[in-house]
Design a protein around this ligand. Structure first.
Ligand SMILES: [Zn+2]
Length: 446
């Protein structure tokens, strides 16, 4: 019962931790995700024949341009508060880009209120690819022109992710969030992560504050080519190292996603992506932003980049389940306070240089774990902080201590060298920030 927030005992106030509470608005958002709408978008995206990066931008019915215009119009119809635009780039012929091309990312921004400079991105790619091969001597090569001309339904890869992004834009734009939500349908993924690469590079140059990139790519089917099914699980990939921003976000996705969508299992995979494959989360990770990839556990390899990646071979009900996980994570995160600042500056007495390191020490005794942190931002609904703990070899946080509004915490006779510690900020409704981890900052000078 949340009615008993705090009671008095011998002059002390014990505030009950709001952690693990189910936020009714987040629950409602999860329920509002419609499998019918997700399916209708997947079918509509298939109907453009192809969405190949080099297909027509001007044809009214067929090609990447018609698809982009439809996505833009749909997004704009959801709410007048969504700022929808085509993010256009002139891309020069280079590498896998076979000729100069205009690339259109479709972007919808839902501006935040009290933390509008912090962004949460929900992304997928709407371009598609059907690789057509030709014989060149003894070898089979990709026939570039035939590939551009061919039908490329690309429903699981990645009309599914695009449909999820669109459905989340529809549902979430009926609410007001503290942080800014950005919904992006990237283009040029199939020719080397071109659209996301350009977007991430610009975000880094602008020093944008991106709290999360939730990238959805191949979330359209739950049946693998060998008959294996996995309708109640999804993989979430995150790049190393073990406490990287992306890995920290992945743990958050599992914790919050499974809390609100308990019928789904989030299988974290501790690597950037599948072998030999890439995705639009990677340029963000490389730029230092926390970014993860959702992908079905049961990939159907023969359908990918082929004429059979169709709606008939897809499962919109499954896509909607993955969209619900995204919805819970994005909503909770967009209402959550910023993570605490766990860094502290110090000046070297020898060199005079200022260095930054974790605000963590062994305390007065020399044998304790003494954690200190600072609050970030100006949060009006903060309830307090929670300290988390895990063994250095454990993938997930194992212990949690509610601190309340204090800014330090001491664990007696606990070695800071042997465990990993972090702290998160929690608001009065139970929305949690991602964990700020006390990490060893590599020294430049040995
Ligand atoms: Zn893809």
């Amino acid at each position: 019962m949340r009615l008993t927030i705090g009671f008095f005992l011998a002059g002390f106030v014990y505030a009950q931790a709001p952690m693990k509470a189910l936020h009714p608005r987040v629950e409602k958002i999860v329920e509002e995700v419609s499998a019918e709408r997700v399916g209708a978008s997947m079918r509509r995206l298939e109907s453009f024949g192809t969405r190949n990066l080099f297909s027509s931008l001007t044809d009214a019915k067929r090609g990447v341009g018609a698809a982009a215009r439809w996505i833009k119009e749909e997004l704009a119809s959801y709410s007048p508060r969504l700022q929808v635009r085509i993010d256009e780039h002139d891309v020069k012929k280079a590498g896998r880009v076979i000729r100069d091309v205009k690339l259109w990312n479709v972007v919808a921004v839902l501006p935040g209120t009290t933390q509008k400079d912090r962004q949460v991105l929900i992304t997928g790619h709407y371009d598609s690819l059907h690789i057509v091969r030709k014989k060149v001597g003894e070898l089979e090569r990709m026939d570039q022109e035939a590939t551009v001309a061919a039908d490329a339904p690309g429903v699981s890869d990645d009309a599914s992710g695009t449909a999820a992004v669109m459905e989340l834009a529809r549902v979430l734009s009926q609410y007001e969030f503290e942080k800014t939500l950005v919904f992006v349908a990237f283009s040029g993924e199939e020719y080397g992560l071109v659209g996301s690469g350009l977007y991430a590079r610009r975000a880094a140059a602008e020093k944008a504050t991106i709290d999360a990139v939730l990238n959805n790519d191949i979330i359209g089917n739950e049946l693998a080519g060998n008959g294996r099914t996995a309708g109640a699980a999804v993989r979430v990939f995150s790049e190393d190292p073990i406490d990287s921003p992306s890995r920290t976000l992945a743990r958050y996705v599992k914790e919050i996603g499974e809390r609100y969508v308990p019928s789904m299992r989030v299988d974290l995979v501790f690597r950037a992506d599948r072998f030999g494959r890439g995705g639009d989360h990677t340029p963000f990770d490389r730029a230092g932003f926390p970014a993860v990839r959702f992908t079905t556990t049961a990939e159907f390899y023969a359908n990918q980049h082929s004429a059979t990646d169709t709606f008939a071979n897809a499962s919109p009900a499954y896509t909607a389940k993955v969209a619900r996980l995204n919805a819970a994570v994005a909503a909770a995160l967009a209402w959550a306070p910023p993570p605490p600042d766990v860094l502290t500056k110090s000046k070297s007495v020898i060199t005079g240089l200022e260095t930054v390191g974790p605000n963590l020490s062994r305390g007065k005794s020399g044998y304790d774990a003494l954690l200190k942190w600072k609050e970030q931002g100006d949060v009006t609904d903060l309830a307090g902080f929670a300290v988390v703990w895990r063994e250095s070899v454990s993938p997930y946080w194992q212990k949690e201590f509610w601190v309340g509004p204090g800014k330090e915490f001491r664990l007696a006779d606990v070695s800071i060298d042997d465990i990993v510690l972090g702290v998160k900020a929690v608001d009065k409704e139970g929305n949690e920030s991602p964990v700020a981890v006390y990490r060893i900052v590599p020294r430049l000078v040995p």
